[in-house]
Design a protein around this ligand. Structure first.
Ligand SMILES: Cc1cc2nc3c(=O)[nH]c(=O)nc-3n(C[C@H](O)[C@H](O)[C@H](O)COP(=O)(O)O)c2cc1C
Ligand code: SF4
Length: 438
């Protein structure tokens, strides 16, 4: 099994000479010396590379929307904000092989003729910041960045920008506002960043995993990339699993392996004493899947057909001893805190959702709260808010209400959390009443 993306991951990561020794920066040499920018875009389009940032949009198609005849600067941004709960795949790439990302960025920047590139890095990723900063300096020294790259006349400046620790900064237009020094609220689309992005100029924002694939596609071709996958979406994919499994972790595997293979062969099955209840397949903002979905293929179409999203491909497992109400409450607490407050349904609705779930978990819920929660999943659903944070926040909730409704009802009926609180002693009055009849 080929693992192009992760085979050269080391800690500390390869320095530039070591990276070159294993074929590093060959894709930059090939692209800038021997390919037209449009040829690079066409190749990536042909490879069926779908963006790994969550939405699964064709990478080559996205690049092709950049108007090439517009004068003035163009920008490329690597989205390394990675704050989706349960997601830790980009960190592996950033800390373990930063030159691979930089190489992908230089090729992508060349394809859209960008003049400046940014790595927008999660604030908390301190080790990644050190690794990326060092790699950028080495790439400048070696002539892969800066003026007149490899004597071809193409020039590119690259900067590392560390975020401020807000989930919202991962949304591409909020990210661009943040990069401009403004408040991280999303922008109206259209215009899309490809046409009017950073400082109003054409901009491509791609995920770290997406960009890290680019050198391999340029070196080995579209057919090779497609052959790595078991389905129509090209390539391998970094899948991850967290929760009460025997071997939580992340693995680069063919796109389209089944959930069962991932859970059993790689994550090693559930820990002793714990049963499987469900899984969020693509980070926290995706719908739960359950046991009956074990044999679905983990590609964009396969997970969508089962009613969820591949998202980031990093699974969060819910076991049979963790309260589903508490689990979802914890997620909604995060989303409520991270709402940027720009639109009313999200700003007001997420704290309400959180409070309702907290009340149910504490045994203070009412039957009508379930109906109210369901209505929130509509009010905050797609089309009612400015960005995808709120609809994403509703995905684990709406699917929990579908698959684990019994648990919600039991909390309300028994006025307690069946997972945490002991069965309450019978009230004194009930006891007296009982003995009286004896
Ligand atoms: C609230 C929110 C947070 C996001 N966070 C990230 C993130 O941390 N990293 C990322 O690559 N994409 C994130 N996205 C998706 C980006 O907006 C964008 O679609 C992605 O960077 C595009 O990359 P791709 O084309 O390579 O998939 C987020 C979206 C939303 C709505
Ligand atoms: S949905 Fe939430 S995070 Fe997105 S713009 Fe509206 S308030 Fe901000």
């Amino acid at each position: 099994m080929e693992r192009p993306l992760t085979q050269h991951i080391t800690f500390p990561p390869l320095e530039i000479r070591q990276y070159e020794a294993i074929g590093g920066y060959q894709a930059v040499r090939k692209a800038v010396r021997h390919m037209q920018p449009q040829e690079v875009t066409a190749l990536v389009k042909e490879s069926n590379m779908k963006g790994r940032g969550g939405a699964g949009f064709s990478t080559g198609m996205k690049w092709s929307f950049v108007p090439m005849d517009v004068p003035g600067p163009k920008y490329l941004v690597a989205n390394a904000d990675e704050m989706e709960p349960g997601t830790f795949k980009d960190r592996w790439l950033l800390e373990g092989n930063p030159h691979q990302l930089l190489e992908g960025m230089i090729v992508a920047a060349y394809a859209i003729q960008a003049t400046e590139a940014f790595v927008f890095l999660r604030w908390a990723y301190k080790d990644a910041a050190i690794a990326v900063r060092k790699a950028i300096a080495e790439a400048y020294d070696a002539g892969y960045l800066g003026k007149d790259i490899l004597g071809t006349g193409y020039s590119l400046e690259m900067h590392l920008h560390t975020g401020v620790g807000r989930y919202m900064c991962g949304e591409e237009t909020a990210l661009l506002n943040s990069l401009e020094g403004k408040r991280a609220t999303p922008r109206a689309k259209p215009p899309f960043p490809q046409v009017s992005g950073l400082f109003g100029k054409p901009t491509i924002v791609n995920n770290v995993e997406t960009l890290s694939f680019i050198p391999h596609i340029v070196n080995k071709g579209a057919d090779w990339f497609k052959s790595l996958s078991r389905t129509a979406d090209g390539g391998t994919k970094i899948y991850g699993v967290s929760g009460r499994v025997n071997k939580p972790g992340a693995w680069e595997l063919p796109m389209g392996i089944t959930m069962r293979e991932l859970m059993e062969d790689y994550a090693g099955g559930m820990k002793n004493g714990f049963g499987f209840r469900g899984v969020l397949p693509g980070g926290a903002s995706t719908d739960f899947l359950i046991e009956k979905h074990m044999d679905i293929t983990l590609d964009f179409a396969g997970v969508a057909a089962a009613g969820s999203r591949l998202g980031t491909g990093t699974m969060v497992v819910l076991d049979d001893q963790t309260c589903p109400v508490g689990f979802v409450h914890n997620l909604e607490h995060f989303f409520a805190q991270e709402s940027c407050g720009f639109c009313t349904p999200c700003r007001e609705g997420l704290p309400w959702t959180e409070k309702l779930l907290w009340a149910i978990e504490q045994g203070r819920g009412r039957n009508e709260d379930l109906e109210l929660l369901l209505r929130h999943t509509e009010w905050l659903g797609p089309g009612n808010t400015f960005c995808a944070l709120a609809p994403g926040a509703m995905e684990p909730l709406q699917s929990a209400l579908k698959y684990f409704r019994d648990d919600f009802e039991r909390h309300i009926r028994e006025h307690r959390c069946p997972y945490h609180d002991p069965v309450p002693a019978a009230p004194a009055s009930a006891h007296l009443h009982h003995t009286h009849h004896l």
